[in-house]
Design a protein around this ligand. Sequence first.
Ligand code: PEP
Length: 256
Amino acid sequence: AVKRTPLIAGNWKMNFDHLQAIAFVQKLAWSLKDAQHNYGEVEVAVFPPFTDLRSVQTLLAADKLAVALGAQDVSPHAAGAYTGDISAAMLSKLDVRYIIVGHSERRGGHGESDETVGLKARAAVTAGMVPVICVGETAEDLEAHGAAAIPVQQLQAALSQLPAEAEFVVAYEPVWAIGSGDPATPAQAEEVGKALRDVLRAERGDAVADATRILYGGSVASQNVASYLKQPNLDGALVGGASLKVDEFSRIAQFT
Ligand code: PEP
């Protein structure tokens, strides 16, 4: 079997100012420090709002903490007259490693098209970072097309913008499961995870398909995370609400 390092990613969304962010990451790192000896290799990442990144970066560097830094969005443009946007180069300077692109709250709430999402993923890759490409069907999509069709189409669209050597992560997040307390069953999530990996295999070949991590997101909590991680095609979790409680997020990161 192919071994992929699991990724547990906490998307804070629009929560925590920079002081709260520092306190949170300190507690998280403290709680993971002991635990990290006990379970297999796992990568833990937090995705604070832009305004917190510099503070969290400084803390992670000063204390050499084993938490990776992520951003929640990025501009598809390199620089210029884009009021309110943040470029990939700016994020790269802050030691950001991962960038969420295409979260359903951006696709839905900000009208981001598949093309925009692909261009954002490309901007992240061009600046040396790893996009976390979010895909997922709404309840209406599920009804009309089944679970996998829309996520597959969204992934194909994003891949069409990415260079062949790009490293990326895929996050399958059924929109109906986000923040609803009603997660997909592990079998449902695995079915889509398998379909997404088949896309990777068809479009990028075996090496990329075997190395790329596919996360599940949507009402993940400490009680259910292990059931997703057991699935052959799921390699981690993208966590929203439960990533704001330090004890809970720490338990999620210790899923084994
Ligand atoms: C998310 O928004 O990425 C998410 C998975 O949220 P929650 O865990 O709260 O469902």
